[in-house]
Design a protein around this ligand. Sequence first.
Ligand code: AMP
Length: 299
Amino acid sequence: MSVLIVGSTALDSIKTPKAENPRLLGGSASHAAVAASFFAPVRMVGIVGEDFPRKYLSLYRRHDIDLAGLQIQPGKTFHWAGEYEENMNNRRTLATELGVFETFSPDLPEAYRKTPYVLLANIGPDLQHHVLDQMRKPKFVVADTMDLWISIARPSLLRLLKRIDGFVLNDSEARSLTGEDNVFVALRRLHQLGPSHVIVKLGSHGSVLSGPRGLFLCPAYPLSRVVDPTGAGDSFVGGLMGWLAAAGGKVDAHIRKAMVHGSVVASFCCEGFGLTRTDRTPREAIDRRVAELTQWAAF
Ligand code: AMP
């Protein structure tokens, strides 16, 4: 089964203590779509400007991503610039230029509206509502968010939580949305806001799921060198949704394995700038890391 992914399709300029790379392919939808494409067919909804390099369209196509929902409009592609500190965990946003995203209000292609698995990747919650409004009885809808929307669009985000099945956010976002420091208490509060499945991401410490079958502690793949963690969260949730769509059946029978696969795709994302490493990762390499994690986390 397919996954529909809406989110940002961006050009990212990323600075780390070791290197600087302008105009990489980025955006939450790009990272999530490539990650999901390892496991299932992907339909992407987004917008880019006329400045969007053709080689990036070729990259999407190489991963068999359906681009019928990607608009190319006069104007500039969404541009995000960020800088990492020495520890590669703390990140500062240097610039966010919305460009063609400013007025983006997509009409989904007819064929997209019945997609069973829907990922509302990080983008303003009004746009996430707009896409969800057009879907016909999706089977499993997951949304991601970021600190920006929690501070500037909280009411819309809270309304969205009542409409989705799964919510994915990182620990600092969970803290700021619930006002609660303890991650397990925050998980309970987040359930009270609507979603049956809540996943809190803990960076290099993995993630925690709270769902109808209780808790699951998902490990992160241990990496000795992180080149650029941008998009790791999007890769995690993209891989998770791709795995769920490929598995079909009951979400709760597959969600743990789905998280582990998402976690492994995210590890590849961190080993290169932007999507460069993920793009050239063979499926067998993902399977190998999943097998290692399965062994290292078993007891
Ligand atoms: P992550 O590292 O998983 O938080 O995701 C980073 C990606 O989010 C980058 O590729 C950016 O292009 C994208 N991004 C940054 N700011 C925003 C924003 N305000 N809305 C949507 N996407 C964004």
